[in-house]
Design a protein around this ligand. Structure first.
Ligand SMILES: [Zn+2]
Length: 61
């Protein structure tokens, strides 16, 4: 599942599809965000929007 998130300053809680690690990522990522455990890319920057390549558990205001 790939979801495009609009540019936002929100933090998004995601779960790594590979190792199930949960971590917080920034919705407006400018660099690829990797899982801290297995280094799988969880989100990629696409011109201001973060392409989330992992399961979104929660969006924090
Ligand atoms: Zn992982």
């Amino acid at each position: 599942m790939v979801r495009i998130i609009e540019p936002t300053s929100k933090f998004i809680k995601v779960r790594c599809p590979k190792c199930k690690n949960e971590q917080m990522i920034f919705g407006k990522a400018s660099t690829p965000v990797r899982c801290l455990v297995c280094s799988k890319v969880l989100a990629e920057p696409t011109g201001g929007k973060a392409k989330i390549k992992s399961r979104i558990l929660e969006v924090l205001e």
